[in-house]
Design a protein around this ligand. Structure first.
Ligand SMILES: [Ca+2]
Length: 237
């Protein structure tokens, strides 16, 4: 990293340099300060990291280039994490980035029928700060029927805090079939194609029992043509 060199007087990067700070605050003491032609052996930290590049009013140089990698540490119980298909991740699977540990969740369900439950369902409340993605896919010529067996998710306005959202397709840009929270059992939902996508998101406060849904593939139903509906109504009137 060519930058102006470290001061021979103070030994600090008084002119130009880069601070690497743990967290979000520039006022924190930097983990590392670099300048001159110094290179850095890898720095590992947990949680957010801030790079602050500063320069004075004189003399510039080539600048710097860093690479970084986010490492996820699987701590235990993740035998199915790599297999992943057809079963979802067991909530006994704990993942860790830095000093933060949480339960794995989500998965790909490619069976013709199945049950999906929120993390720790039936043993405790769901955890905070979850973001679980569930993909259901069935045969190409079938659609998916989803039925709620149990539902208890902390209620909020527009379900903006904790929610289970169901999309008619394979990602969040597909039409939303429903976004649910509260303790009332939501109505069943049906996809229009062979895939369905569920997002379970929780915030950092308050948890609840969670949810259990069952799904199965079913035949596409014939849809009444709008033209015939019109004729029918006209005849009555
Ligand atoms: Ca919550």
């Amino acid at each position: 990293m060519p930058c102006l060199a470290r001061s021979t007087v103070t030994g600090s990067c008084v002119n130009d340099g880069v601070h690497i700070v743990r967290g979000y605050s520039l006022s924190s003491t930097p983990l590392v300060t670099l300048c001159g032609d110094e290179s850095l052996s890898p720095v590992t930290t947990s949680g957010p990291m801030l790079l602050n590049f500063y320069s004075n009013a004189h003399t510039t140089d080539l600048g710097f280039k860093f690479s970084y990698r986010i490492t996820l540490v699987v701590t235990k119980g993740c035998g199915l994490l790599i297999a992943g298909l057809g079963v979802g991740l067991p909530s006994s699977c704990l993942l860790r980035i830095g000093n933060k540990t949480w339960s794995a969740c989500g998965g790909v369900f490619s069976l013709s029928t199945g049950v999906i439950k929120s993390p720790f369902y039936s043993s405790s409340s769901y955890p905070n700060d979850m973001h679980c993605l569930y993909t259901i896919t069935v045969r190409d010529d079938r659609v998916i029927q989803l039925k709620f067996n149990d539902f208890d998710v902390v209620s909020s306005t527009f379900c903006s805090q904790d929610y289970l959202a169901v999309y008619d397709g394979s990602n969040i840009s597909d039409p939303l079939l429903g976004k649910f929270c509260g303790s009332k059992l939501p109505p069943g939902v049906k996809s229009s194609s062979s895939s369905m996508f569920l997002v379970f998101k929780t915030d950092s406060f308050q948890t609840a029992r969670g949810w259990r849904v069952s799904f199965w593939q079913t035949l596409v139903e014939a849809i009444l043509h709008p033209k015939y509906t019109y004729i029918f109504l006209k005849d009555i009137i």
